[in-house]
Design a protein around this ligand. Structure first.
Ligand SMILES: NC(=O)c1ccc[n+]([C@@H]2O[C@H](COP(=O)([O-])OP(=O)(O)OC[C@H]3O[C@@H](n4cnc5c(N)ncnc54)[C@H](O)[C@@H]3O)[C@@H](O)[C@H]2O)c1
Ligand SMILES: [Zn+2]
Length: 349
């Protein structure tokens, strides 16, 4: 078992171990005395894990009610947000109760935003079941829903009270979704953890507890330093400026993990062209990304990528902050003028 403590506006633990879904009740009881527990999950996760969570919570004295949304990004919607709020109200969930997110990042983000806003804030606990949710979305308190104008445009910073990572649940994850999560794991290595990057020479699953802990520690460190994403937390966006453009240009047919892999390859090549990273490091990093079955060639032009990126919410006046690799495990914030973005992407294609 591994435990990582986040010291943000709320102090909470991330507990990482196999089989702990069945001990969720007992673990939750250490932070929240038994109360009514409203669980949000999705249609793929419910048949696999919901009964086990309900049993464990009831065994520890919680009274559970559960709500299942259809699996998929389209469920991170205003409609489901309102529907779950109504469900909470109809079930008379009060401020002394607790909400549980059982699933991937979609369930976690939606549930977190409901928890942030229902009755102006009720406690919530994350039980991530995808690799991406374990290493990224369940930690750090970014919650959101999508609106037709864009992904994650409505949300709140709202930290959970506990994160329970039972990596046994990864055994049922489809291969492509697992691979998507691997892109984020490689990202942490490239940002500031060369040791983690080296571990990724070997398959992830035999060392999964260690790998999740490494990633979560990395995320914890930037969240502790910059909870509201105005400084170093932006490092987590390595490869994401191009990735967000790629996802949007493909109408979301290209998955987030694949887009991040392409985005990291673009910025690595650009960094090599600009002389910031050596050719050897660039080749090694791109080789590692490919070795996980992730794509490193982007089907869009520099102009297309830049146009979409410059309409994105992350633009700040005449400049945009990229995350530039200066070596493996050494990525830095790198402000560029909006006019040079297309050139930088061109150098990376
Ligand atoms: N809040 C943050 O900081 C943050 C960070 C990164 C990503 N995100 C968000 O996370 C979302 C993506 O998360 P995701 O990749 O986990 O997607 P997801 O939640 O859609 O899960 C992917 C698929 O896996 C299924 N699934 C989940 N767990 C399973 C299991 N154990 N076995 C079998 N199937 C399982 C789901 O039903 C779904 O079909 C996006 O909406 C993104 O914006 C948020
Ligand atoms: Zn990402």
């Amino acid at each position: 078992m591994k435990k990582v403590t986040v010291n943000a506006s709320r102090v909470y633990d991330i507990i990482i171990d196999k089989g702990i879904l069945d001990r969720a009740g007992e673990l939750c009881a250490t932070v929240k005395k038994p109360c009514r527990a409203a669980i949000l999950t999705d249609s793929n996760v419910a048949p696999l894990y919901l009964a086990r969570l309900e049993k464990s919570l009831s065994g520890a004295g919680y009274e559970t009610v559960s709500y299942t949304i259809p699996a998929g990004e389209s469920s991170k919607s205003a409609e489901n947000y309102l529907a779950f709020l109504s469900f909470l109200a109809q079930n008379k969930i009060t401020r002394s109760d607790c909400i549980f997110a059982l699933g991937g990042g979609v369930v976690g983000d939606l549930c977190g935003f409901c928890a942030a806003t229902y009755l102006r804030g009720v406690e919530f606990i994350q039980i991530p079941t995808t690799l991406l949710a374990m290493v990224d979305s369940s930690v750090g308190g970014k919650t959101a829903i999508d609106i037709p104008e864009g992904k994650n445009l409505v949300g709140a910073f709202y930290q959970p009270s506990l994160v329970i990572c039972d990596y046994d649940t990864l055994s049922t994850l489809p291969d492509d979704i697992f691979t998507d999560g691997c892109a984020e794991v490689i990202k942490y290595g490239l940002i500031n953890d060369k040791e983690l990057f080296c571990k990724l020479k070997n398959p992830i699953m035999p060392q999964i507890e260690d790998i999740i802990e490494n990633c979560v520690r990395n995320k914890r460190d930037v969240v502790d330093a910059d909870e509201r994403d105005t400084g170093v937390r932006q490092l987590l966006n390595l490869g994401h400026t191009a990735a967000h453009s790629i996802e949007a240009l493909s109408d979301f047919a290209i998955s987030h993990g694949s887009a991040v892999a392409m985005g990291m390859a673009i910025i690595l090549r650009a960094a090599a062209a600009l002389g910031h990273i050596s050719k050897e490091d660039c080749d090694e990093a791109i080789g590692r990304i490919s070795s996980y079955g992730l794509p490193t060639d982007c089907p869009y032009s520099a102009r297309e990528l830049a146009d979409v990126a410059l309409n994105d919410k992350k633009r700040q006046g005449g400049s945009i902050t990229l995350i530039m690799p200066f070596g493996i495990g050494d990525s830095r914030l790198y402000k560029v003028s909006v006019d040079s973005l297309e050139e930088i992407f061109k150098a990376g294609l």
